[in-house]
Write a protein that binds this ligand. Structure first.
Ligand code: PGA
Length: 243
């Protein structure tokens, strides 16, 4: 089973997210052979997307972040039960943008992973080395990534329910570089040894490189940003993953 998902990051109104979900619902029907689609809207649109797809859709809806507490005085935060109530079945944790700008750390990633597992949702834990760490060589990149993954899984009751997304910082976003297979294959091979549900690759995935990335050993799926924000583009990626 290949995982193929996208995070909208901070884009799309509810109407735009609903239109996207309607197209996705039509494309996935009763399911896409061999592929598990998922879509992670902004918090404002989780319920909209979940309701448009239908709560038992083969396409999972996710949240981009969560707090580790179930409820309480945590202004601005959303708990796992609240995200689940809105229709989320998967929760993204520790994206590098959150680590860089919102104080996400290995410690909070571990707490959040445990909370998501406790509630039976799928944690999608993002790990990845910085440009500087990569410049110091493959061994330092691999060590940094494995340390992040180990921190997330530390004490996890059921690591086999966890998805890891390997997203090197130098590959993510507008200024990111498309990875060459030799840049990421050694790290993916190490991550593939972990007792987790699957390892996804993310960072400058597009329609031109997706098929090649999916063929890399240890890759159980792709986590796509910009190249999947248009529903038709995502549907084409789904068809590619299915073939
Ligand atoms: P990108 O984003 O595909 O736009 O590079 C990937 C990510 O941040 O998950």
């Amino acid at each position: 089973m290949l995982w193929l998902g996208t995070s909208f990051k901070m884009t799309k109104t509810r109407a735009e997210a609903a239109a996207y979900a309607a197209r996705l619902k039509e494309a996935v029907g009763d399911g896409v052979e061999g592929v598990r689609p998922f879509v992670i809207p902004s918090a404002t649109a989780i319920a909209t997307v979940a309701d448009t797809l239908g709560r038992d859709s083969p396409a999972l809806v996710g949240a981009q972040n969560t707090h580790w507490a179930d409820s309480g005085a945590w202004t601005g935060e959303i708990s796992v039960p609240q995200a689940a109530d809105a229709g989320a079945r998967l929760i993204e944790i520790g994206h590098s943008e959150r680590r860089a700008h919102f104080g996400e750390s290995d410690a909070t990633v571990r707490l959040k992973t445990a909370a998501v597992l406790r509630h039976g949702l799928v944690p999608l834990v993002c790990v990845g080395e910085s440009e500087e760490t990569r410049a110091a060589g493959m061994a330092s990149a691999t060590a940094a990534v494995l340390a992040q993954a180990a921190a997330a899984l530390d004490g996890a009751a059921n690591p086999r329910h966890v998805l890891i997304a390997y997203e090197p910082l130098w590959a993510i976003g507008e200024h990111g570089r498309e990875p060459r297979p030799q840049d990421i294959a050694p790290v993916l091979a190490e991550l593939a040894q972990l007792p987790v549900r699957g390892v996804l690759y993310g960072g400058s995935v597009n329609e031109g490189n997706a098929a090649g990335l999916l063929r890399l050993p240890g890759v159980d799926g792709l986590f796509v940003g910009r190249a999947a924000w248009d529903a038709e583009a995502y549907v084409r990626l789904l068809a590619m993953a299915a073939s």
